[in-house]
Design a protein. Structure first.
Length: 207
């Protein structure tokens, strides 16, 4: 009857299949990149996801496009974590906990996110899927800024800090400990850094 009135056919089930394939590819890519790094085999990702290489390339025409999708998924979860902490923890505790979560995020990606963030901060110009990484960088900075501002207004974190400072510090720890065999070292280094962010740690002439 719908066709008689000139309406188009109902959406093909194939569209739902395509969406599920994309979601499965991103989830599988997260696992494979975590295991083998950003240069992991795309064919292996397709195999584990249960699709052919052609399906992968229809959704993600190149490696940067897939990496960007993986990062966006991870960063969305990271930002959601910040919102949860903001509603359940004091400002300084929320900031500290989120920065530790951000450190884990950067290390799980084996420095990929950190390397891109540093490049973007340095002004490197790239196009295509890499533009999505600029958006990811902005999301991280905005999230860090909200948490930091809340803690500064609470008087528990020194006022001369910026969100950009904190992101660079975390990224630096992630990159410098990529090959460390001491699993606890990244967290210890971040804790040492965060001890210096307390309002009481600010120089006297900054108070």
């Amino acid at each position: 009857m719908a066709a008689a009135y000139g309406q188009g056919p109902e959406p093909r089930p194939r569209r739902a299949d395509a969406r599920l394939n994309r979601e499965r590819l991103v989830a599988t890519a997260q696992e494979v990149f975590a295991e083998s790094g950003p240069e992991a085999s795309l064919n292996e990702i397709a195999r584990r996801a249960g699709v052919g290489p052609g399906t992968l390339y229809r959704h993600f025409p190149n490696r940067p496009a897939l990496l960007s999708a993986v990062l966006r998924e991870r960063i969305a979860a990271l930002c959601a974590r910040a919102e949860e902490l903001s509603t359940t923890e004091p400002p300084d505790v929320a900031l500290r906990a989120w920065l530790h979560a951000f450190l884990v995020h950067a290390r799980v990606n084996q420095g990929l996110a950190g390397a891109h963030l540093v490049d973007k901060q340095g002004g490197r110009e790239t196009g295509g899927a890499d533009d999505g990484l600029v958006d990811c960088h902005r999301l991280i900075l905005d999230t860090a800024s909200r948490l930091l501002t809340r803690a500064q207004e609470d008087g528990t974190v020194r006022g001369d800090l910026t969100a950009d400072d904190l992101v660079h510090l975390v990224v630096g720890i992630a990159l410098s400990t990529t090959q460390s065999r001491d699993a606890g070292q990244p967290g210890r280094l971040l804790s040492l850094v965060l001890d210096a962010t307390h309002a009481s740690a600010a120089p006297a002439n900054d108070r």
